[in-house]
Design a protein around this ligand. Structure first.
Ligand code: BTN
Length: 270
């Protein structure tokens, strides 16, 4: 068990993201705690970490499973200085930061991002997932909570079979256990740099494109009740997934990629 006080050693009052770090041995969801903390001025940039979440959430109403003390589950609450029309880029920027932080600790792994924000291996096994929750009031983006779950030391042979079938961990990739606190330090640094660039008017999309897992592959995207199939044709400037379907090119700003496979070489890209 890591000394709880060790987590706050990566806090740095000189930076925005992770100026303070709050550790919980057990909590419902770190996203909820980070959002609640935003009621106070000190909540902006607070990183909330938990060894165990009893109500960890994933995207699209899923639960996020993670055993106690093995992984990194962290949420950062922010009041971003961002036009609501650019709020979608927060998830893109956070995905780039998460992928880069993971890659810095496992340099030999070819980590990529599966739109919109899953960090995956070359074999499409999920290493990390993000849940970005935003609130707009009177046409202003008033708050954002960036929740990040990274499989760090949860070995595949310990995962339930349904998770092991499509996920892995940094320890499995690198062959050795990793220091979760060191990973948090890197993550907060790169997330802070991405956020600052975004608030200055920059875009993370080019960096996202350079590590996108989907280009040229045949994917199925779930949109509520509907599943759309096509060839992934890149990422738009707003972070949308461009998909070439039988009915032409569509730009998806929401959706869940439910299958990925190599395109048939005879398939003509439209
Ligand atoms: C997904 O891939 O569906 C998103 C998973 C996000 C999980 C993280 S863990 C920290 C934060 N707290 C939550 O309840 N969810 C996010």
């Amino acid at each position: 068990m890591v000394d709880p006080a060790a987590w706050s050693r990566v806090a740095d009052p000189a930076r925005r993201v992770g100026r303070s770090v709050e550790f919980h041995a057990e909590i419902g969801s770190t996203n909820d705690r980070a959002r609640m903390a935003l009621r106070e001025p000190s909540g902006d940039g607070l990183a909330v970490v938990a060894d165990l979440q009893t109500a960890g959430r994933g995207r699209r109403g899923r639960t996020w499973a993670s055993p106690s003390g093995r992984n990194l589950t962290v949420s950062v609450g922010l009041r971003p200085l961002l036009e609501p029309s650019r709020a979608g880029l927060l998830g893109i920027a956070a995905a780039v930061a998460t992928r880069d932080a993971c890659a810095s600790l496992t340099p030999a792994a070819a980590l990529a991002i599966r739109w919109p924000n899953d960090v995956v291996t070359g074999e499409d096994e999920k290493v990390a997932g993000l849940l970005v929750e935003t609130a707009v009031e009177d046409g202003r983006l008033v708050e954002a909570v960036i929740g990040i779950g990274i499989n760090v030391n949860w070995r595949r042979d310990e995962m339930p079979p349904e998770i092991a079938a499509r996920a892995t961990s940094l320890a499995d990739i690198g062959g050795a256990e990793l220091d979760r606190i060191a990973l948090l330090g890197v993550l907060l640094d790169v997330l802070g740099a991405e956020l600052a660039a975004l608030e200055r008017g920059g875009s993370p999309v080019e960096r996202f494109r350079s590590v996108s897992a989907l280009d040229g592959r045949r994917v199925a995207v779930e949109l509520g009740e509907e599943v759309l199939e096509g060839i992934a044709a890149g990422i738009g400037d707003d972070g949308a997934l461009l998909l070439d379907t039988v009915a032409g090119r569509v730009a998806l700003t929401i959706g869940e990629v439910v299958s990925v496979r190599d395109a048939d070489p005879m398939e003509v890209r439209m």
